[in-house]
Design a protein around this ligand. Sequence first.
Ligand SMILES: [Zn+2]
Length: 328
Amino acid sequence: MRFAPVLRRGAVTAAAATLAVLVAAVPAAAVPPTTPVFGATIDGHAAYDPQTTCDPVAKPGTLGFRELALRTYPTTGDSGIVRACSAAEVTEHKEGRAWDWTINANNSADHARADELLAWLLATDAHGNQHANARRLGIMYIIFDGRIWASYRASEGWRTYTGSNPHTDHVHFSFSRAGALKQTTWWTAADQPASWPRLERGASGVTVQVLQHLLNAAGQTLTVDGSFGAATEAAVRSFQSAGGAVSDGIVGMVTWSRLLRQVRTGDQGSAVRAAQVALNASGAGLTVDGSFGPATQAAVTSFQSAHDRPANGVVDPAVWQMLIAGIG
Ligand SMILES: [Zn+2]
């Protein structure tokens, strides 16, 4: 049984939205969420810790994951987080640490979306950690289309689900208490404030040029002069409020993350200019023409190789983060 979703988007703090919005820059085509750059430190597989109390308030980690999934797959829906205390069953929904993602298992496109997100959750990361994103998010178990994956029985992989509801109209995610409270590394370890320059009125330099190009890519019409003045501040506020974020005119990690747009060979425009300016700050020597051709591609692969990243020539959020951090 499903209950009406409780939509409390206002309850999502700016910080909560940070990682979710990383994926907003990615086209709506089938692309899994972007994984931030993490170190080797990772959470263990969540132990089984079922609902014991009733506190039907959506928890921040649950909200954050919902935001991540819905931003990545905007055609999919929300079947709710909280469930009333009067419900008879034991369910983490009653503690606001479970989410039902509306997915029709009988629709192949929908099924593919779910398969993609689940594969992303359970993939091994660059450090060799199995089920890395599921662990970082504190996912305790997942039920979909007659199968269950549980972190506490991870070695068994996907198993047949024997509960009465086969979960063919939604994917159920339960979170550990730490995951629900955003105490897991997805929420705590990707935040690298030192590598996200904080820009506000009065700032100047190459980083401001990158910012201005990215704002233009988001629809603003700034003159790119590398000077964070009144016009740039107004553009930042406008961009922030359009995204429902706190409109403080200050560019920190949240705003940077929302501004980043993935660019690759063949792309054109201000986001490409931003990447070219940032690459030049690392010595690329590109003409800033907004056209992502072979020279830009070569500069990106060279930058990636120098930073031990897969040299695929795509400026994804992880590359953006390193580029912006590298401007200094
Ligand atoms: Zn559920």
